[in-house]
Design a protein around this ligand. Structure first.
Ligand SMILES: C[S@@+](CC[C@H](N)C(=O)[O-])C[C@H]1O[C@@H](n2cnc3c(N)ncnc32)[C@H](O)[C@@H]1O
Length: 285
């Protein structure tokens, strides 16, 4: 099934104020078999049919959030049972500081903990749109926002939820000031296509923040075939030069690149880039 705005609306997960492309937008995603597998892994995970990261030596949840210095108010307010669905590759908050009135796309938002942190810590009139291909993740995210006894309810009007494919975004050009992908970029086999969608959705000068795994050299060949390796951000990891080339070719200028220990084959990395060229090919600034 296509994951356009029709699907998004049928789940009642969009906000009427959100400017989605019109209903006759019928382009179907070219779904790669790896993309299908990644989606089904996360569907199983968010519906509780699979233990997250079963058998893999992956840190996750509240312990990981504490390790990454996520704000204490989040650590205290989010119920324990939901933490197991938190699967970030890093903490983007130091890199992403939206100004008043700005609109942020959290692409592959999962249960939306980064989005809650952003609305909690930023100017009162920012708006965060959570996009995920798995409806159940968005439902968990929206329910979390509506929970009694937390401060999150006050932020509901500043959040939206849209079910869509990351490489087929249903937004008008220049809709966002920021795009965040936390543990998401590496899931896509066709990164040129993904970045072209992000580029179109961002305003000129808009910021792209990617938290993911980088790779220090060529991954052993079996990684490419290892579909669970794709779902856990490993098989799709890029080397630093590959990333720089991808960003530049897609019309972004990389402003910051931070990497963990490049002596490790796979290491955590954070990247901030800016959209520098316009849709007609002219360059801003
Ligand atoms: C590793 S999790 C990260 C979730 C979230 N960013 C976090 O920090 O907890 C990857 C997320 O990407 C979503 N995802 C997978 N494939 C996607 C696609 N093609 N389009 C949009 N989201 C996708 C998954 O459903 C999942 O929520």
């Amino acid at each position: 099934m296509g994951a356009g705005p029709t699907q998004a609306r049928s789940h009642g997960l969009t906000d009427q104020t959100l400017e989605l492309l019109p209903r006759d937008w019928r382009v179907q995603p070219v779904r790669h078999p790896i993309g299908r597998h990644v989606r089904s892994c996360y569907e199983r995970l968010f519906t509780g049919r699979a233990a997250p990261a079963a058998g893999l030596p992956i840190h996750r949840g509240k312990a990981l959030a504490a390790l990454l210095n996520y704000p204490l108010e989040l650590l205290n307010d989010i119920p324990d049972r939901l933490w197991e669905h938190f699967l970030p590759c890093g903490n983007p908050l130091p890199y992403l500081q939206p100004k008043g009135g700005e609109r942020i796309l959290n692409l592959g938002s999962g249960i939306g903990i980064d989005s809650l942190a952003l609305v909690q810590r930023s100017a009162p009139d920012i708006h965060v749109v959570n996009v995920d291909v798995v409806t159940e993740a968005l439902v968990l995210s929206r329910n979390l926002t509506r929970q009694e006894k937390t401060a999150f309810r006050a932020f509901e009007a500043r959040l939206s939820w849209v079910c869509a494919e990351g490489d087929l975004l249903p937004f008008h050009p220049d809709s966002f000031d920021w795009v965040l992908m936390n543990g998401v970029f590496n899931l896509f086999p066709d990164k040129v296509r993904l970045l072209s969608q992000v580029f179109r959705s961002l305003k000129v000068d808009g910021g792209l923040v990617i938290m993911d795994l980088g790779v220090s050299g060529e991954l052993p060949e079996y990684f490419a075939e290892e579909r669970d390796g794709w779902a856990w951000c490993m098989s799709g990891a890029c080397t630093r030069p590959q990333l720089m080339l991808l960003m530049e070719s897609a019309g972004f200028r990389v402003e910051l690149f931070e990497e963990g220990d490049p002596a490790d084959l796979l290491y955590p990395m954070g990247l901030v880039a800016r959209k520098i060229s316009c849709a007609d090919g002219s360059v801003s600034g």
